[in-house]
Design a protein around this ligand. Structure first.
Ligand code: GLC
Length: 744
């Protein structure tokens, strides 16, 4: 045994021993605490209340705009003294100072009335940066960030979130969203990492690691939340929280992987899907919460409901004849904590149910232990108090957010290389999102939903402002449909900024028409009639459609919701400072009737055995596609063997990617596999691996992918057990493809 091997073995044993020791210490501490707790104290730990119920009237009246969060100590005492409530949530952007004072008061009064000195845990939605903190660094929303195909950017956003808010008593971040953008009408597409399970898994695990492995300036830690478990994003109608019909096999193959990756990355909490799957509301499903999430997927942390979702079992889903029955169903299904969030009714009902013997104390102890474990792991028993400092506004963090945008914008179309623009270009700018901020940052930014721009920072630029800053006011002429013919005289091109000029989320953001706003489609038509090149910039939370105009426009840049620095970076791309490298993380429908994802089944386009996918145009931008200002060629796709023999074996694929243009560029190489025949229908292709590298102009790089049968060929059956079938497979990357065979 070499000395190095010996020493590393010893180190491993010591590390493992320390870990075991730590776990035993926690076990002993929590068990001894649990043994001293009354039923009412235990139930209080399972209760989460919105801070709207503990603020003074001025703060409640000024919610979202007063900038104050003053606690009404009488209201707070009612919850923490009379009901032992152990968790609070929610808020909106106030300064670090206000959050510090709020958090300190909350912690002090909660502890003062906790007989056993149990600290509270505070949950908040910091969705794309520390969303609810004034001055925070707002990153692109996930639908945009996922187009970077760079999980490190998700991690960076997470790390900066902890750096800016972790010390303020924000111990529990209700993020990442690991639902998939499978139905493009769904009002929360912008919160997802796109439509693909593998991409969402890689982005989500990176985010979880970033949140949970970063320590704030005062030593505080933050828990991440994998949400909303599961199948929330694919309701039949596309309407938020409406019924979903998803087979068990598809739940395992499509909706489970991103959550599994988060669990494998150690995510400490899971928030549930408010909706129903196949007639069973998730919040009442022992199958989903206990058998699937815990027993099959191995999750051991805290399961929290979504907003008022236990009450919804009675009031909305009507699977419980009373709120008390709803509490019974949810707790027996496996819920640990109720985001009630307005009243103490949950406490009353649960206490009664235990006293009546309908819910055993052992079930309560199970949940309370998980909650105390969470608080212990976050160090809250050692230091429950926030620190008084403002860590926002760091230039390096703003630069990180700008870099995230640079990597994420997707050049979908660029006829005759109309982009980048000439440095002295004169532009006509029009469109409903050309001069607003809310369509750049979206919801969950400072406040939950925006109907206007009033809350956005002064220093944040609109597209119009950013273009004028770059080109000068005399080179950017605004127009509308009635004067565009006059305004284009002397202009080099027309830029139409369109998309969604709201910043709503959840049910408020339900739509029945996925088309772009009609006034923008009319504007595009008018612009096309001028004969000038037309460049469309899409700032939107979900892919809005424009089938009648899309073929005639010259260029399309998808920005999604790029965050506070979106306009600046959009300008950088238009002017060629940045070579775009984003690729769509979702299928951009050609027409809103096409709710078809890239990994669709063969018969999505087959009629009488004729597969007309090529002719049946269903997308204007395909998953994994995006243009660059240079050109890349893929060649020499090779396999180390054309036969994969046995599930322990692997083969390696390599492909040579050359930058054949005249400027450096980054390329994300995506590897897809198709199983040619299966016992159940198989997707026409599935993403299995991706890697992004810079390739210098005129140079080439080799990208490799090691194919592992169980990881890359197997797929789950209806019980989630892997099916690995011998037969023909096809590997695809870029415009290359090669067949291989798997033999048992
Ligand atoms: C909302 C959302 C959820 C969020 C929670 C707390 O209804 O569905 O994503 O974390 O309530 O704000």
């Amino acid at each position: 045994m070499t000395k190095t091997f010996f020493l590393s073995t010893i180190a491993l044993i010591l590390f493992w021993g320390c870990q075991q020791n730590e776990e035993r210490k926690r076990e002993d501490f929590v068990d001894s605490l649990l043994a001293q707790m009354s039923l009412e104290e235990k139930v209080g730990q399972m209760t989460q209340i919105s801070i709207s119920e503990i603020l003074d009237d001025e703060s409640v009246a000024g919610w979202n705009q007063s900038g104050v969060l003053n606690i009404d100590t009488t209201k707070l005492k009612y919850f923490v003294k009379d009901y032992h409530v152990g968790s609070f949530l929610n808020g909106y952007a106030v300064s670090s100072e206000v959050w510090y004072t709020f958090g300190k008061t909350l912690a002090e009064i909660s502890l003062e009335h906790s007989r056993l000195d149990i600290p509270l845990i505070f949950g908040i939605d910091h969705i794309h940066g520390a969303s609810y903190l004034e001055g925070t660094t707002i990153f692109p929303h996930s639908i945009t960030l996922s187009c970077s195909f760079d999980p490190e950017l998700a991690k960076t956003a997470a790390v900066i979130t902890v750096e800016e808010a972790g010390h303020l008593g924000h111990h529990w971040n209700f993020n990442p969203v690991l639902d998939l953008a499978r139905n493009k009408f769904w009002p929360r597409v912008h919160e997802t990492y796109g439509e693909d399970p593998y991409l969402a898994a890689r982005m989500g695990e990176a985010y979880v690691e970033g949140i949970q492995e970063t320590t704030a300036s005062n030593g505080a830690k933050m828990a991440a939340t994998a949400k909303h478990f599961l199948g929330y994003s694919d309701p039949k109608t596309g309407r938020d929280r409406s019924p979903a019909i998803i087979s068990d096999q598809q739940l395992h193959e499509i909706h489970r992987p991103a959550f599994q990756a988060a669990i494998d990355a150690g995510v400490k909490t899971v928030m549930l899907n408010s909706g129903e799957i196949n007639g069973v509301p998730v919040h009442a499903s022992y199958e989903v919460i206990t058998k699937l999430l815990r027993q099959q997927m191995g999750f051991t942390g805290v399961v929290i409901t979504d907003w008022e979702d236990i009450i919804s079992l009675h009031a909305a889903h009507k699977v419980a004849s009373s709120e008390k029955e709803a509490v019974y169903k949810a707790i027996m299904a496996g819920v640990d904590m109720s985001m009630v969030p307005y009243t103490t009714t949950f406490c009353d009902h649960l206490t009664e149910l235990v006293k009546e013997g309908r819910i055993p104390m052992s079930r309560i102890d199970e949940s309370v232990k998980r909650i105390l474990d969470l608080k212990y792991d976050l160090g809250l028993f050692e230091n429950p108090f926030p620190a008084q400092m403002n860590t926002t506004g760091r230039p390096e963090n703003h630069e990180a957010a700008k870099e995230a945008v640079r990597e994420s914008l997707v050049l979908m179309k660029n006829e005759q290389d109309i982009l980048p623009l000439d440095q002295n270009a004169t532009l006509v700018l029009a469109g409903s999102t050309s001069n607003i901020k809310r369509s750049l940052a979206g919801g969950w930014t400072y406040i939950w939903q925006h109907e206007d721009d009033s809350m956005f920072p002064e220093e944040m630029k609109t597209i119009q402002e950013a273009l004028i800053n770059r080109l000068g006011a005399n080179r950017v002429k605004t127009a509308n449909v009635s004067n565009i013919n006059q305004r284009v005289v002397g202009a080099d091109a027309v830029v139409i900024a369109t998309g969604e000029n709201t910043a709503l989320s959840e049910g408020h953001n339900n739509i029945t028409d996925l088309d772009l706003p009609v006034q923008d489609r009319d504007l595009i038509e008018a612009a096309l009639k001028t004969g000038k090149p037309v460049i469309v910039i899409l700032t939107e939370g979900r892919p809005r459609t424009f089938p009648d105009q899309v073929d005639a426009v010259d260029a399309i840049l998808f920005a999604g919701l790029p965050g506070f620095f979106g306009a600046e970076i959009i300008t950088e791309v238009l002017m060629g400072d940045v070579n775009p490298s984003g690729k769509l993380s979702f299928t951009y429908p050609y027409h809103q009737s096409f709710q078809i994802n890239y990994d669709h089944k063969p018969t999505a386009f087959t009629f009488l055995h004729e597969n007309d996918e090529e002719t049946e145009r269903y997308a204007i931008g395909y998953f994994g596609e995006g243009l660059s200002y240079t050109t890349f060629t893929y060649e020499d796709l090779k396999l180390s063997s054309s036969t994969l023999k046995g599930k322990q074996s692997t083969i390696t694929a390599t492909v040579k990617v050359s930058n054949t243009g005249d400027r450096d560029g980054k390329e994300s190489v995506l590897w897809f596999i198709r199983q040619e025949y299966g016992q159940i229908t198989r997707p026409v292709k599935s993403l299995k691996f991706f890697e992004k590298k810079e390739v210098a102009a005129g140079r080439s790089k080799t990208f490799a992918f090691e194919i592992d049968p169980l990881t890359d060929l197997a797929y789950p059956d209806a019980q989630g057990n892997p099916i690995l079938e011998p037969g023909e497979y096809t590997l695809m990357t870029g415009n290359q493809k090669v067949g291989f065979v798997f033999e048992e």
